[in-house]
Design a protein around this ligand. Structure first.
Ligand SMILES: Cc1cc2nc3c(=O)[nH]c(=O)nc-3n(C[C@H](O)[C@H](O)[C@H](O)COP(=O)(O)OP(=O)(O)OC[C@H]3O[C@@H](n4cnc5c(N)ncnc54)[C@H](O)[C@@H]3O)c2cc1C
Length: 443
């Protein structure tokens, strides 16, 4: 058995942050990760002849935590492409125009939908201290959109736009989550959209994750899928699927919410935490990379919200091929290895392209993720967030799923990792026992 002051489970951005902070402040720290790599729901991988982000990608200066980390390690942001052409399908008809004209069409409806974002969230990083949110937290985004006074074409386009943002269906998606997103972008939906889809990390998400790990003295243990956790007055005991055991005084569980109930935790976490984990997140869609023949124009395209793929954008334009990044609301409807299926899905939204090959990762089928970006169901904010943030004994949760600000983003993961580390360090300080060497062998 290995012992340490703190164990952090999960080497995504939340876990990497927490492990770095704790180890740098002199606490013996072990970081346990189920996969054979770090960075969790971000994954820069060599596919289709280049490095592609299979998971989280875009960052922005309105996201203070990730931006600060990039600055700290001298990592720059790379601007994404400027789009010239756009198409959108509403009322069964495909329309074409400029990217600017598409933004104009989305402008009025989004302003209406999000007009109250700063009223409900005047302090966006304190989502639990905001007036009147409880009254609207059971409202679905679907209902919130449908009650607006919009023309049918506007309604359909707005629904597809938010299906993209949620990477999931709108009929259980929380309207408050849409308001929170807009509020953290100062109430400006265009800034919000720019934050979500414009600037990438130079060297990819891997570069930032590796810089954070290199700056940490935590002991990283890969291929250590945790299966059970026990805690008592003395400490915590973590057991992996292969039976290896780790003991510590404090534990940070930096896992996706949707996998939390897969771990046998004794004594059991509160009913509220378990209920939230059982419900999981609404972000259960697909991200698919598709390489097509020919040098295509730089375009974006929206299809109907019910399409297997409802959004496509031409991301990399090469001499005789173009690589598209595509999203759809249901991971089950998109086989990320099936080029023939991708051709059918693409034909439905941008006809006339010839698919050469595809790449992607099914995050919903991935037993260590079971979700894409954590977009909340109705009621999450008022029923679960405070409870998920509340430590139980020596255990505290961290992750983008439980962040205050940009919940759902890399930024939120880092924010939450910092918070959990600060709390764990202070709990260790209160115990005032000498630190345990991470490599000490007991019993
Ligand atoms: C397709 C996709 C696109 C996205 N796009 C963006 C974007 O453009 N911009 C943005 O900011 N965010 C985006 N996100 C969201 C962002 O990637 C996540 O919010 C963030 O990376 C989550 O970090 P985390 O540390 O909270 O969780 P995770 O990254 O999920 O880390 C949790 C870690 O726990 C590990 N784990 C799971 N089970 C166990 C176990 N039993 N034992 C040990 N370890 C375990 C996992 O393998 C993982 O490494 C996207 C996500 C996806 C999937």
């Amino acid at each position: 058995m290995e012992t340490s002051d703190v164990i952090v489970i999960g080497a995504g951005f939340a876990g990497l942050t927490a492990a770095r902070e704790l180890s740098r402040s002199g606490h013996a720290t072990i970081l346990l990760e189920a996969k054979d790599r770090i960075a969790g729901r971000t994954h820069l991988a060599e596919r289709l002849g280049r490095n592609l982000e299979l998971g989280g990608t875009w960052v922005h200066w309105t996201q203070p935590y990730v931006w600060a980390e990039m600055g700290r390690y001298g990592i720059k942001a790379l601007p994404g492409p400027e789009f010239t052409k756009a198409s959108w399908i509403v009322g069964g008809t495909r329309h074409e125009g400029t990217a600017e004209s598409l933004m104009e069409l989305l402008d009025g409806p989004n302003r209406l939908l999000l007009a109250d974002s700063r009223r409900y969230f005047p302090m966006p990083w304190s989502p639990l201290e905001n007036p009147g949110v409880a009254d609207i937290d059971e409202l679905t985004l679907s209902e919130a959109i449908d009650r607006l006074d919009l023309a049918e074409d506007e309604r359909q386009l707005l629904r597809s736009f938010w299906t993209l943002n949620f990477n999931g269906r709108l009929d259980q998606a929380a309207y408050t989550q849409a308001l929170r997103w807009c509020a953290v972008a100062s109430g400006d939906w265009q800034l919000m959209f720019e934050a979500c889809a414009s600037f990438k990390i130079d060297g990819g998400t891997r570069a930032l994750a590796e810089a954070m790990l290199a700056d940490s003295t935590a002991e990283l243990r890969l291929n250590q899928g945790v299966s059970s956790i026990g805690q008592d007055d003395e400490g915590v005991l973590v057991t992996t699927e292969s039976g290896k055991q780790y003991a510590a005084r404090q534990l940070i569980v930096a896992l996706p919410l949707s996998v939390l109930n897969d771990i046998d935790i004794q004594p059991a976490l509160s009913p509220g935490k378990r209920e939230a984990a059982a419900r999981g997140q609404a972000g259960r869609g697909a991200k698919l990379w598709v390489r097509v023949q020919g040098r295509q124009e730089r375009f974006v395209a929206f299809g109907p919200e019910t399409g297997a793929l409802n959004f496509v954008q031409a991301e990399y334009i090469d001499h005789d091929t173009t690589t598209l990044v595509c999203f759809g609301p249901d991971a089950g409807a998109v086989d990320v290895e099936d080029a023939a299926a991708a051709q059918r899905h693409l034909d439905a939204i941008v006809p006339g392209l010839t698919v050469l090959d595809v790449a992607g990762h099914n995050w919903v089928a991935d037993q260590h993720a079971r979700s894409t970006w954590p977009m909340h169901y109705t009621g999450y904010l008022t029923r679960y967030l405070a409870e998920l943030q509340r430590p139980e004994g020596r255990i505290r949760l961290a992750g983008s799923d439980v962040a205050n600000g940009w919940g759902g983003f890399i930024d939120g993961a880092i924010e939450s990792g910092l918070d959990a580390a600060r709390q764990a360090a202070s709990a260790l300080g209160r115990e005032a026992r000498p630190p345990i060497a991470a490599t000490a062998v007991v019993g």
